[in-house]
Structure formats: structure tokens, C-alpha cells
Design a protein around this ligand. Structure first.
Ligand code: OGA
Ligand code: MN
Length: 213
């Protein structure tokens, strides 16, 4: 079987298997519609209340706003004061963390996450999620929060995967539509990826499992 034939997983252990085999995994309908719709509503309310900020590139003192690289807005989830819906998501991710550690011995120890909104036309150019400053982001996670997403709207997450056939040096792309309830995870230090512009607002919760230094 080719390396990039990954089909949708149905459980966390299947996600772990795909992650180990392909470096990424996709699960459609990972979170039930009433749950992700509630999170979407919450995110929209947070935005009305001014809770979102222009996303930056880099971390700590090297954090910069670089709209030519990314033009989304984010609102971090406070792990010490999550809403009930946010807590349910954090608990779900805690189960996934334990499953990934059991299957893959990744030693994931923490999770950080934020809501993100890409206004129409905004994007995030090709990048890796692990920073050059040796932060230990290891597995990236994304849950999409968009009802009725259609292919013509654009806004795919595009994964740039290593060549299937090393000799041809061709890179393989895999596009994932940001349909509500779809969940994607991938190895933060290995999978280059980008967000293509959409003609409609594009909502998600992005997160990262890290290991201890
Ligand atoms: C990110 C990112 C992808 C997406 O926030 O680092 O790559 O599909 N997001 O929202
Ligand atoms: Mn990213």
C-alpha cells in the first residue's frame, strides 16, 4: 500500500496507526455535530467580544505579526478556565494524548490550543509547526467548525508529503476540506502544510501536544 493512501480513521487507535504509518491521520465526524456546533457558536461570541487577535509567527520574544505569511485571527483557550464545551474538548484530547503515548511512545505531556478564524481570502503559507527555537511541539491537531462546507469554497488544509517514490523527488499533496466535525492530526516537526484561501470565514480549533524538554 502506498504511503499516502490514508483513509479516514474511526477511533483513536486507528488515528495512532495512521500517524505512525503516514505522519498524518484524518477522522471525519470525530466530534458530534451538537458539540462542534456549540464550540463554533462560542468562538463566534468570543470574537464579537473582542477575544481574537491577529495570529503571529514564531514564539516568545521572536513572535511577529507577518500578514504576508499568515492572516488568521486566534483566541487561546485558557486551560485553567475552560468553558464547559471547551473542557469537553480538552478531555477528548486528553484521551487521545494517552492513546498516542500508549501506541507510539511519544511521551506527549501537554496540550495547548486556540480557536482560529480565517476571514475570506486569508491564508497561512507553507510551514512546519515545530519552531526553530527547539520547542517540542510533536503532534498538531485540528478540529474544523464549519457547517455545510463545499469544495468550491476553497480553504483546504494542504499537506505536503514526502515523495512516494524517492527517485522522482516529486512531492505529494493531500488536501483536507475544513468540514465541521473533521479532525486532522500530524507530526508537527515533519509535515509541511499550508492553509489555502477560502471565499467564506473558516473556523477551527488548532492544538499541539508537546513533550517535555
Ligand atoms: C496552524 C495551521 C491549519 C488549519 O494554525 O498552524 O497550520 O487547517 N492550521 O487551520
Ligand atoms: Mn500549522
Amino acid at each position: 500500500m502506498g504511503a499516502h493512501a490514508a483513509t479516514a480513521a474511526n477511533s483513536d487507535s486507528e488515528l495512532a496507526e495512521s500517524l505512525a504509518r503516514d505522519g498524518f491521520a484524518i477522522c471525519e465526524e470525530y466530534w458530534s455535530a451538537d458539540r462542534w456546533l456549540a464550540l463554533a457558536t462560542e468562538a463566534q461570541l468570543l470574537r464579537v467580544k473582542g477575544g481574537f487577535r491577529r495570529a503571529g509567527v514564531g514564539r516568545g520574544t521572536s513572535l511577529r505579526i507577518r500578514p504576508e505569511i499568515r492572516s488568521d485571527y486566534v483566541c487561546w483557550i485558557d486551560p485553567d478556565a475552560p468553558t464547559r464545551r471547551q473542557r469537553m474538548w480538552l478531555e477528548r484530547m486528553e484521551l487521545l494524548r494517552q492513546c498516542l503515548n500508549q501506541h507510539l511512545y511519544l511521551g506527549l505531556s501537554s496540550f495547548e490550543s486556540h480557536f482560529a478564524v480565517y476571514p475570506p481570502g486569508s491564508f497561512y503559507q507553507t510551514h512546519l509547526d515545530r519552531f526553530a527555537d527547539a520547542s517540542l511541539r510533536t503532534v498538531s491537531t485540528i478540529l474544523y467548525l464549519n457547517p455545510d462546507w463545499a469544495h468550491e469554497l476553497g480553504g483546504a488544509l494542504r499537506l505536503h508529503l514526502a515523495a512516494e517514490n524517492e527517485a522522482t523527488h516529486t512531492s505529494v499533496q493531500r488536501d483536507i476540506m475544513p468540514t465541521g466535525g473533521t479532525f486532522v492530526c500530524f507530526l508537527s516537526a515533519e509535515i509541511h502544510h499550508e492553509v489555502l484561501p477560502a471565499s467564506r470565514e473558516r473556523w477551527s480549533i488548532v492544538g499541539w501536544f508537546s513533550k517535555r524538554r
